[in-house]
Design a protein around this ligand. Structure first.
Ligand SMILES: *[C@@H]1O[C@H](CO)[C@@H](O)[C@H](O)[C@H]1NC(C)=O
Length: 397
């Protein structure tokens, strides 16, 4: 028993220091090294189970924890990381490369290669994901009987997610999908796939609120970034896109009942050699969907085939089965501001809105787009709004 006398009292600072030290260590993140669970950095052994076991251990931890992936190549088959029973936040720090099996039949029939479901407070820091998709792309190109392909990284129904400094190479299908999430930050991402790889979208966002994509470099065969139904409060900033199909909202309006897209800012983007720049696309079918409060600002177009596009008759692949109705998706309050550069085709601005639901409050401000040595042209239908500052080409609204 300690009797508090003035003599003992002067020891209190030391006691409280020791206590704080103890507290600090017990709160410090616990680290789970995947190699301790049997993962082999040899580029050959299947490390799926060791990764899932490291996840299970981190998930059961009573403290915030870190899963550490040291340098080396780890082959992983399809892996789902479930978070509904996790007790704390988990950081996955990757110094190595995760490789999808070379034989695309192993994972290519599943929707995803790696997916996170119902996680909260997960951070993925660093690392490379190598989808080894080239074999599947050529199978598809030769019209063979191929699996649909797995998207590399899917994040579903999750909150408070950070992905920082991750590289994704040669996905079989989409590189990253964010669906049903709140508060997601993706930064310093590098995505790379061949310009003729099919459906290898860089980052696809849908049914999600508060998604930020910053400082990323995307080269791929489809959209660099796409936003599907239910995307709201999205900020996309400081992006290099090319090759690829640009940054798009859509395609939207396939379904009759569909959540809208609102408050999207796309800022400081450099497109080089892409098929499109900034684009909104909807199917020509009845829908209660909408797009409102969108800002495309500070955009450079370097030889972009279709720099600015609103297409409410979107139907890319099947000309015989296009819906050919009026799109129900209502598009309003879309601003194109400070957009300059070179178009690779004569029509730099193409605005084709729905005859039943014309686009409203479209703003063009400070636009300068050229085609070769000539002024570029516009092609427009069913759009209303206003011009501000110097806008060339104009004649749309
Ligand atoms: C729009 O989205 C941004 C970026 O996520 C967010 O900071 C801002 O608060 C949102 N604005 C409104 C009006 O919700």
């Amino acid at each position: 028993m300690v009797i508090i006398t003035p003599k003992v009292l002067h020891l209190f600072p030391i006691f409280s220091f020791l206590l704080l030290l103890l507290l600090k260590f017990s709160l410090a993140a616990t680290t789970y090294n995947v190699q301790s669970y049997g993962a082999k950095p040899d580029g050959k052994s299947d490390s799926t189970k060791p990764f899932l076991n490291a996840w299970a251990a981190a998930c059961a931890s009573g403290k915030p924890s870190t899963i550490y992936v040291p340098q080396g190549k780890y082959v992983l088959g399809t892996a789902q990381f479930w978070g509904h029973s996790c007790k704390n936040s988990i950081t996955i720090r990757i110094d190595g490369t995760l490789v999808q099996p070379y034989d695309y039949h192993v994972t290519g029939h599943n929707a995803h290669w790696l997916s996170f479901e119902r996680v909260n407070g997960v951070k993925i820091i660093g690392g490379t994901l190598d989808g080894q998709g080239a074999g599947l792309w050529s199978c598809k190109a030769s019209g063979g009987n191929c699996p649909g392909g797995a998207s590399t990284l899917g994040i579903y129904n999750s909150n408070n997610i950070v992905v920082s400094g991750l590289t994704s190479l040669n996905s079989q299908l989409f590189h990253v999908i964010v669906d049903g999430c709140n508060n997601v930050m993706i930064q310093g991402m590098k995505i790379s796939a061949s310009s003729n790889s099919p459906n290898t979208d860089g980052i696809h966002i849908q049914n999600s609120n508060g998604v930020t994509v910053l400082s990323s470099i995307i080269a791929t065969g489809d959209d660099c970034i796409s936003m599907g139904p239910g995307s709201s409060n999205v900020l996309i900033q400081s992006i290099f896109c090319g090759p690829g199909h640009g940054i798009s909202i859509g395609s939207l309006g396939w379904n009759k009942q569909e959540p809208g897209v609102q408050n999207v800012t796309v800022k400081s983007v450099n497109f080089q050699g892409t098929q499109n720049g900034v684009r909104i696309k909807t199917w020509a079918r009845p829908s209660n969907g909408f797009v409102k409060n969108v800002l495309f600002q500070d955009v450079t177009m370097g030889n972009v085939k279709n720099p600015i596009v609103i297409d409410q008759h979107y139907c890319p692949d099947h000309p015989n089965s296009c819906p050919n109705q009026a799109s129900g998706v209502k598009i309003s309050a879309v601003t194109f501001k400070q957009i300059r550069g070179r178009s690779a085709s004569p029509v730099a601005i193409s605005i084709g809105c729905s005859q039943n639901n014309p686009c409203r409050s479209i703003t063009f401000q400070d636009i300068s787009l050229t085609y070769g040595n000539q002024a570029a042209r516009v092609a427009c239908a069913y759009a209303g709004g206003s011009y501000h500052g110097f806008v060339q080409p104009r004649g749309c609204l």
